[in-house]
Design a binder for this molecule. Structure first.
Ligand SMILES: N[C@@H](CCC(=O)N[C@@H](CS)C(=O)NCC(=O)O)C(=O)O
Length: 198
């Protein structure tokens, strides 16, 4: 199996963490690729051109973080990373954390990939307020977050880690319980081994 990734991708990071937590490092080769590049090696495999992409041993090409993580989890079902219907609370958190990381990613793309005149204040404001609502939610339920490497927790940590990339996304001061949860969670070797670059 081969995982196509970029070291900057907050989504690919989730899958890289899952590979480590599922003890699958010997079974999944990692190949760093470029994105938004018409000469990218990735385009030979996945017309969507997005990371993460997983090429399975039986030659399927999987994209989308949750689909890839669920596939990897079925290879080691003793460890439960992706929630099923028996754990509706974790499924709830998976949905909200995905909206969180998607929104912050949109906000970052506005700031980093568009010129100042192209940037949309409307989109930035929308994503900022979405992020703040979700931060409020997690601060309120911080007591219900544990330190297990579930997909929702990994996604939340990967999203919060984007603080290094977006100067406006400085959440720690106003969300102390969440900061405490995050600071402990990112000590896991899987998170340490996959730190995001600025
Ligand atoms: N919904 C996708 C999002 C993946 C995504 O947007 N990845 C970015 C890198 S962080 C990418 O590949 N961008 C390339 C592009 O937009 O062409 C997932 O859950 O995996």
């Amino acid at each position: 199996m081969k995982l196509f990734y970029t070291s900057k991708s907050q989504y690919a990071r989730i899958v890289r963490v899952a590979i480590i937590e599922l003890n699958l490092t010997d079974r999944v080769k990692l190949q760093e690729v470029t994105v938004r590049d018409r000469n990218s090696e990735l385009l030979k495999y996945n017309p969507a051109g997005k990371v993460p992409t997983l090429a399975t041993d039986d030659e399927f090409i999987l994209s989308e973080t949750r689909i890839i993580t669920a596939y990897l989890n079925h290879l080691n079902p003793d460890i439960k990373i992706v929630a099923d219907y028996s754990d509706a609370f974790s499924q709830q958190l998976e949905g909200i954390t995905t909206a969180f990381i998607d929104g912050i990613s949109t906000w970052i793309r506005e700031r980093k990939f568009r010129t100042e005149t192209e940037q949309s204040p409307t989109i930035i404001e929308l994503e900022k307020s979405r992020a703040l609502r979700i931060l409020d939610y997690f601060e309120k339920i911080a007591d219900q977050l544990d330190q297990t490497p579930k997909l929702a927790h990994i996604t939340l940590a990967s999203a919060l880690g984007l603080e290094i990339r977006l100067p406006e996304f400085q959440w720690r001061q106003n969300y102390p319980k969440l900061a405490q949860w995050y600071d402990e969670f990112v000590q896991r070797p899987s998170l340490q081994a996959t730190k995001l670059e600025a």
